[in-house]
Design a protein. Structure first.
Length: 404
């Protein structure tokens, strides 16, 4: 007979200092909110599963397992499978001449950020980021001991003069930017701003980490070449892309485009983190890019997202306080609202959830000096009717939290 041990408190493992106080995170909370059936969540950029190209993706998995099954279920190479690197290079070459040798495959662009941080950062290094910026990038860099400094932005993205001053003051290891349909604001840098930013980086000799997971999700038909495509920038830019927002977030596949010796370092860092990305998923994505019409699928999805952006923009405008500012993106997944002085979106969130609607408080997207009146709202998951009703509930909460 086994006698049960008396109850004891949980064992306290020694936690690395870089994870101290990080038992939870905004990203983890996003998915918790999204899973609640009683809450309409605008917190995460979670695609509507009804829009997935399910039949084509299933056909590609079936083809890979039927024709390449033994290879697909085996170990692969850290650089990524050749077929996928060729397809990634083909897509990038629309704006920036690229060959397969310049591609390193990652398990989504989120792992790509971690690989970049592992390869480039030492504890104490400074990384300049937009203010605000993608919160999971801040986390990826922070756990490697980097110090993030936020750089002033306006409606056209990072301000070149502020970027140059920050470089002169802080001597950063690298600059991290999301130029197209930025997360969290939805803003896009026009060509003149991209050129001005490139001029600063070329003049100061600082490398660029350019994140472009949303660029294909255009509502106007216009697309923007990456900063990496500007003269002199390709050799000093690590360009990250992902299939998560275009094909499926459940298939964790993305890539980094780079040139020169850093490619070997990226492969070594990738091997240390995860050996290689899933071979069956890589081969399936390669087959999908070869045989399916991804551009047509993205156009269909973007048209739906545009309707949902319009619904959210129309619903939120009348419920915002006087002086509030909300972005109106030409693509991507997010609106960004700044309610103004006296509002605290974090303090408001519990009441919003109680009312059946969730968003992500904006403070978590700032490397420093957060604007606590801000919130990020994703419009891609729900229908216009659901969006309109939920924003109405949010408006009532905002009214109750108006400063005295």
């Amino acid at each position: 007979m086994i006698v049960p041990e008396p109850a004891q408190p949980p064992y306290r493992f020694p936690v690395a200092a870089r994870y101290a106080g990080m038992e939870s995170s905004p990203l983890k909370d996003i998915f918790s909110l999204a899973a609640r059936e009683d809450v309409v969540s605008f917190a995460g950029g979670i695609p509507d599963p009804e829009l997935f190209d399910l039949a084509a993706v299933a056909s590609c998995y079936d083809w890979v397992l039927t024709h390449q099954g033994h290879r697909a279920l085996q170990y692969g190479v850290s650089e990524g499978e050749l077929e996928l690197r060729e397809q990634a290079a083909r897509r990038l070459s629309r704006d920036l001449p690229t060959d397969a040798s310049q591609i390193r495959i990652t398990s989504g662009s989120q792992e790509g950020l971690f690989v970049v941080a592992q390869a480039l950062l030492e504890p104490g290094d400074v990384v300049l980021v937009e203010s605000p910026t993608y919160l999971a990038a801040v986390q990826a860099f922070a756990v490697h001991g980097a110090r993030m400094i936020g750089v002033e932005t306006d409606d056209d993205g990072v301000v070149p003069e502020a970027l140059e001053e920050a470089i002169r003051t802080h001597h950063p290891r690298m600059v991290y930017l999301i130029p197209t349909f930025q997360n969290p604001t939805g803003r896009t840098m026009p060509l003149a701003r991209r050129q001005a930013v490139a001029d600063v980086l070329l003049r100061t000799d600082v490398p660029l980490i350019e994140d472009d997971p949303y660029g294909a999700l255009s509502f106007t038909g216009s697309t923007w070449a990456p900063i990496a495509a500007l003269p002199g920038m390709s050799r000093r830019t690590l360009l990250l892309n992902s299939m998560s927002k275009l094909m499926s977030p459940g298939v964790r596949i993305g890539w980094i485009r780079a040139e020169g010796p850093i490619l070997d370092t990226l492969a070594v860092a990738k091997a240390a983190i995860s050996m290689q990305s899933s071979v069956v998923d890589q081969l399936t994505v390669a087959r999908y890019l070869e045989t399916a019409d991804l551009d047509a699928h993205v156009a269909t999805v973007s048209a739906v997202y545009r309707e949902r952006r319009d619904a959210m923009a129309a619903a939120i405008a009348p419920v915002l306080p006087a002086g509030a500012h909300v972005t109106h993106p030409d693509g991507g997944m997010f609106l960004w609202a700044a309610l103004g002085e006296g509002y605290d979106a974090q303090r408001m969130l519990a009441d919003a959830v109680e009312a059946g609607v969730a968003y992500l408080p904006g403070w978590s997207f700032f490397a420093d000096h957060p604007d606590r009146s801000t919130m990020r709202l994703s419009f891609v998951t729900h229908s216009p009717a659901v969006i309109e009703e939920a924003i109405g509930h949010l408006g009532a909460v905002i009214s109750r939290h108006a400063p005295a």
